[in-house]
Design a binder for this molecule. Structure first.
Ligand code: GRG
Length: 312
């Protein structure tokens, strides 16, 4: 495959640029323009902008846009759906960094929102980003069909909510206190389930959103779902491995925290070498799930390989 915008790196960077521009528009909104809407408090807007703009790989929007593209759908709809998803992701990072959760000072190489502002503002900025995400997803510009917008909104709510990311975060926090409560650590299957909820659900949703926007048939959607789930699991194991092996400089956040907090990770359950083998196996499952496509899916195959090998 040629270099430039046809490679994974080229496509990721091109989509990230478009996402950045569109998020800038979304977060610059002059609320006075919309009849009956009150203006956004500027401190809240500043905290939301700090959380969202100027950082992040934009992997989730990339997956929405690239999956839709694979199915022949381009344009504003997939980009906006990707932005809605990125807003949910950014909210989760703001709340995850709070003292009551992971208590982190650094995110994307910059002070976390509660450090740059204060805790109450960070909580509200997260709340506002989550709510804004659904406003964006319901926008008519996403798709002309109201049913598609409804399907996307429902699926995003499920991926982000109690049976998805928030539920996974609850399991994660619970797992940290097992030994203090005299209980055994989580087993491998429980850790996989926790991770499929906490991180996998949003990544799987990204691929499914692209499939919905591309109006694909049920069989292709199932194959893409296999890809999305394997990709999500690869991403999380890679994250666990990076927490052990990468430097804070490489990641733009503190490392070595999982073991210190007794987190339920596959590195803890399997050991580093077996975790690496499992990461590579899952990336291969993701690649294999796209075997029904031709060279047009190579960027997405490379995305799975990237998830396994990433250093940030
Ligand atoms: C607080 C409701 C709530 C949920 C938090 C996803 C999550 C649940 C917390 C994030 C904590 C974390 C570091 C999880 C590991 C995987 C992950 C989401 C990493 C960050 O995602 P990237 O690498 O980040 O896509 P960028 O900065 O590139 O967007």
């Amino acid at each position: 495959m040629s270099k430039g915008t046809h490679t994974f790196e080229g496509r990721l960077s091109a989509v990230a640029d478009e996402v950045e521009q569109r998020l800038e528009v979304i977060l610059s909104r002059d609320t006075q323009e919309i009849a009956g809407e009150f203006a956004w408090p500027e401190r809240l807007r500043a905290a939301m902008r700090h959380a969202v703009l100027g950082g992040g790989k934009r992997l989730r929007p990339f997956l929405v846009v690239e999956t839709a593209r694979l199915l022949g759908r381009d344009g504003l709809g997939p980009l906006l759906a990707g932005c809605a998803l990125e807003l949910v992701h950014c909210y989760s990072l703001v709340h995850d960094d709070l003292p009551a959760m992971d208590d982190d000072d650094l995110r994307r190489g910059r002070p976390t929102v509660h450090k740059a502002f204060d805790e109450a503002t960070a909580i509200l900025a997260g709340d506002a980003l989550l709510t804004l995400a659904f406003e964006v997803m319901a926008d008519g510009a996403i798709d002309a069909r109201a049913q598609t917008r409804l399907d996307l909104t429902l699926a995003l709510a499920r991926a982000a909510g109690t049976a998805g990311m928030v539920g996974g975060q609850m399991h994660d926090l619970d797992a940290e206190t097992l030994s203090a409560r005299g209980l055994p650590p989580l087993g491998e299957a429980e850790i996989r389930r926790l991770q499929a909820m906490k991180t996998g659900a949003l990544l799987a949703f990204a691929v499914d959103a692209g499939a919905m926007l591309g109006r694909t048939d049920a069989q292709t959607r199932r194959r893409l779902a296999t890809y999305g789930q394997a990709l999500g699991a690869t991403f999380q194991i890679a994250d666990d491995i990076l927490d052990v092996e990468a430097t804070a400089h490489e990641l733009g956040k503190a490392t070595g925290k999982d073991a210190a907090r007794g987190k339920a990770t596959l590195v803890a359950a399997l050991g580093l070498e077996r975790a690496k083998a499992e990461r590579d196996r899952l990336a291969a499952v993701a690649v294999e799930a796209l075997s029904g496509f031709g060279s047009e899916a190579e960027v997405m195959r490379d995305a799975a390989r990237f998830m396994a090998k990433r250093r940030a």
